[in-house]
Design a protein. Structure first.
Length: 206
């Protein structure tokens, strides 16, 4: 990872979505799709536009410090902003990072958006950056998130006890998952097969 990656971060282009580097201009559209349910298991709770501005500012600060690449998720057909995600704890020497801080507006949850975003990010990590490990974490209580991560093909490594204190004071345990470079090809094929099934379901109206 060189400085150019953070100074001029890439746009990641998929079939139906585009991952665009997060900027302050995204504060208002992000806040427009904000919903209280998004923040149930998170460190932060965003209720006001000012809090969203602070959240975006923190993401950009981490990019300037060359430890994170935050993105917003754009639906290509409509140019609508659907959510946000990022790569963080990026370590070029150890060739690893974490994928997370992902959330979507309610109407985009449980759609193609998350799997396509994860595909683009993982492909970038393993095929462009040459990473050997990408990890993901989620609240032990968040069974839906765990199921989504497991559907990707990530390996569950264990529980991190008392991993962080949430905005409401709750001390959570986190479930830790990872994907390694040796596993990426299998994960990639699984995601491509899921995309084929989704395309067929549209053709057959299911």
């Amino acid at each position: 990872m060189n400085d150019t990656l953070f100074e001029n971060p890439p746009v990641l282009e998929g079939k139906r979505i585009r991952l665009v580097p997060m900027e302050f201009e995204h504060v208002k559209p992000l806040f427009k799709i904000n919903d209280p349910s998004i923040w149930t298991y998170t460190l932060t709770e965003i209720r006001t536009e000012k809090e969203m501005e602070d959240w975006v500012a923190e993401a950009i600060r981490l990019r300037l410090e060359k430890t994170a690449l935050p993105f917003v998720v754009i639906i290509k057909d409509t140019n609508q902003l659907a959510g946000a995600t990022r790569l963080f704890n990026m370590n070029g020497k150890q060739r690893c990072c974490e994928l997370g801080s992902t959330w979507y507006g309610v109407e985009y949850q449980r759609t193609f958006v998350n799997s396509e975003a994860k595909f683009l990010l993982l492909q970038f990590c393993f095929e462009e950056l040459g990473l050997i490990r990408v990890q993901l974490k989620t609240d032990e209580r968040n069974l839906r998130s765990q199921a989504a991560i497991e559907r990707l093909g990530a390996v569950k490594e264990g529980i991190l006890r008392n991993e962080r204190i949430l905005h409401n004071g709750y001390i959570r345990n986190a479930v830790l998952y990872s994907i390694t470079n040796q596993e990426w090809e299998k994960v990639k094929q699984g995601l491509l097969e899921r995309e084929k099934r989704y395309a067929l379901s549209l053709v057959h109206g299911r």
